[in-house]
Write a protein that binds this ligand. Structure first.
Ligand code: SF4
Ligand code: SF4
Length: 315
């Protein structure tokens, strides 16, 4: 098959799987990404091994010398209705995580991979910095909050990438700046100061990280900035004018409707271990199954219960 025809077939396949956009990028090194990672390693030496793992994605052909192109797909989750009663402190990306086995979109990557193989391509999932690859493939652009955006879907998207062995004609990136010159609404909206400036985020202060991954107890000053957030944080996306009208809840989220009664702030603040292990953890798995306390404390704070009443250990 000639490369142009294969590229068209790949894009048709992505559409049939349910992705809202698909682009092709070259496998050239992502040198800017490598530089950013090197800076972060200096800033946060304690996270050096994690950064080193990420850095290898900047050079896709080092581990995959056979790779000829990157296929980049966009999944839009801003189409789902948030079931009534669910805590507004659960980040939308986590609510509609395709990796949840009950989500009807769970098997999109598997179907995409199988389809690419059917087209006679050698395939490997991932292995690249997804957001940078999306920009290079012309399907998204970076906002100053470090999220990538499409014109149609805002930042309520996930990027998924595959390396393939064939060199296909690459799509053109859109190099026009995305954000209006004077806008800094996302930076001003960041409750913890994690978003320190345009494109500059301190992950160790990000409320999302603080809710589910930071060592406990969370520093008191940071804890006080976490406000209504229970699991994740969307403040820098909710404040963004580019997201206006981009959440268009057209489809029910059936798999969440069943468990919605367990996901209010009040229910989460008092849930027992069994409910956590069997109902909540299968859908939101970043907090270990033996740490129901973390959920309870986060939900109690969000519900406005004083920390000592919620059993929070002081930092
Ligand atoms: S997710 Fe929340 S805490 Fe993290 S950078 Fe965005 S607004 Fe700040
Ligand atoms: S809030 Fe403004 S600066 Fe931030 S990403 Fe949106 S448009 Fe860009």
């Amino acid at each position: 098959m000639v490369p142009q025809k294969t590229a068209s077939e790949v894009k048709r396949l992505a559409e049939s799987v349910g992705y809202v956009d698909c682009g092709i990028a070259s496998t050239e090194p992502f040198t800017e990404f490598a530089k950013t990672i090197d800076c972060r390693k200096e800033q946060f030496p304690e996270a050096a091994p994690e950064y080193e793992r990420l850095r290898s994605r900047a050079f896709p052909r080092e581990k995959n010398p056979w790779a000829g192109s990157i296929v980049v797909c966009v999944r839009w989750y801003g189409k789902y209705r948030i079931p009534e009663g669910i805590s507004p402190g659960i980040g939308r990306n986590y609510l509609f995580d395709r990796r949840n086995k009950d989500c009807p979109e769970n098997d999109m990557p598997r179907r995409m991979k199988a389809g690419l193989r059917k087209l006679g391509l050698r395939v490997r999932r991932g292995g690249v910095p997804d957001r940078r690859a999306a920009v290079r493939a012309g399907v998204a652009r970076f906002g100053r909050n470090n999220f990538v955006y499409t014109k149609e879907h805002g930042s309520w998207i996930n990027i998924e990438s595959w390396l393939i062995d064939k060199k296909l004609p690459a799509d053109e990136p859109d190099s026009t700046p995305l954000c209006p010159d004077s806008c800094r609404l996302c930076i001003d909206a960041c409750p913890s100061g994690a978003l320190q400036g345009p494109f500059c985020m301190r992950w160790d202060r990000c409320v999302a990280y603080l809710t589910y991954a930071a060592p406990e107890p969370v520093d008191d000053r940071l804890w006080r900035t976490m406000g209504r957030w229970v699991y994740g944080c969307d403040d820098c996306q909710l404040a963004c004018p580019l997201n206006r009208g981009k959440w268009r809840p057209e489809e029910p989220a059936c798999w969440l409707e069943n468990i919605a009664p367990f996901l209010s702030n009040e229910a989460l603040a008092t849930m027992d271990e069994e409910t956590y292990r069997t109902v909540v953890h299968p859908a939101f798995w970043y907090i270990p199954p033996d740490n129901v306390e973390r959920w309870r404390r986060n939900a109690a704070r969000a519900a406005g219960i004083r920390p000592e009443q919620a059993g929070r250990q002081s930092g």
